[in-house]
Design a protein around this ligand. Sequence first.
Ligand code: NAD
Ligand code: 6OD
Length: 486
Amino acid sequence: MREIKHFIDGEFVTSRSGKTFPNINPATGGQIGIVHEAGRDEVDAAVGAARAALKGEWGRMPVADRMALLHKVADGINARFDEFLEAECLDTGKPGGLARHIDIPRGAANFKIFADLVKNVPTESFMLDTPDGKGALNYAVRQPKGVIAVISPWNLPLLLMTWKVGPALACGNTVVVKPSEETPTTTTLLGEVMNDAGMPRGVFNVVHGFGPNSAGEFLTTNKKVDGITFTGETRTGSAILKATADNITHVSFELGGKNPALVFADCDMEAAVDGTLRSAFANCGQVCLGTERVYVERSIYEEFLARLKAGAEGMKLGAWDDPDTNMGPLISKEHQEKVLSYYELAVEEGATVVTGGGVPDMSGDLAGGSWVQPTIWTGLSETDRVVKEEIFGPCCHVRPFDSEEEGVNTANDTEYGLAAAIWTQDATRAHRVAAQVDAGIVWVNSWFLRDLRTPFGGMKASGIGREGGVHSLEFYTELKNVCLKL
Ligand code: NAD
Ligand code: 6OD
């Protein structure tokens, strides 16, 4: 059984309190590790190490050397690809094929892409006329924000953690990461990679634990943290905002969603069905960008629904290392209870269960896992809780619409604004609808097609700020103007 320790100032350490919690494989319900839980002492030590590192070798390192080091970190992940893959799949239960193509390669790419980007970003300058005719030169410089707390979720653990750590380090900051209590392993492995790459001590630190009255709260209330970048539920974002109010700590938030898909009669039906199967069911529906509300133009509604149902029923639930598996379990028994409570609520609210709605029969070791069936509903009203609230499971509600205006209005009738998918072959319509949908990320005839140079984030209750490309610099650096009188 793996023992998962904190990584502070370049060393793996246990908690002084001796407090630990189990690491569970959600596919079987079995314990695979023991994790040390950080108290205030460990969090303060990690933040202290990160602050000291800003003044040390890291703070003085030439940009080119910093970028070369980040490339070495990416290479280090790739060199231990299979180890990261197995760790991620055991922590989450996700299919190996998914993690092999998305989670682990992106975990490495997040370091290279931001390293390459940061060294090529210009800043502005302005000449100002002055009464003496000599003028003044204004120029902007970017400097690191300081110590960044990275608080990450369990659904794409390595990918979403490095999506923050990559740009934070590229910009010259130091970090203290608190991964989700459900998925501590790959973040800890990254500590080994950092040491092997020669990362100076204290630049990358990891503390394990929960949110309230644990590592999460101790980190978000620490006065020596300069910025908090958080990915997780909207209500956790709200708790973090309250915790940071006294210190005015800067935040970047990527939060929940209740994302719509708009499927128009002029779509490529096969692409729309395949894309919606992915957006609703990939990673067992545990993708913040996933589709939970599908609106289909009435003339193709029946055909689309029948094909979506057939696709959902063809999904193969199984072990991560079975090459036929394309759906894993939910992350935990607690999350399984939550998702199943929505499955029950849907029926109470009057849904027609097109497929699924329960727990599949799993055999052998998998019988103890957190499995649920991929589920499709119809017949709910737009005010029903199942249509309004983020479920974060492999499920969606499908509803017909009669006009573009109706489709857009129902898609926008939500407190969230993270992502949307539009399926149409009419380019004019695609641009028109994309402009009207309230979402930070709109995909047309695709889903989760990522270009890391693009802005990423949510409108409304789905987040604060944008990361990705140069937008990451807005959070991870302080932009300073120098005005020089000539
Ligand atoms: P969560 O909010 O429960 O937990 C996320 C992290 O916050 C964990 O590390 C957790 O320990 C920590 N945390 C919890 N309470 C805290 C507190 N009071 N103070 C400090 N830290 C605290 O989210 P989750 O269940 O891990 O992830 C699923 C959620 O994340 C979904 O709502 C999903 O939409 C969202 N998500 C959003 C994005 C995005 O890019 N917008 C990406 C992935 C996931
Ligand atoms: O691809 C990304 O950069 C990203 N942040 C994906 C988020 C997925 C949410 O579950």
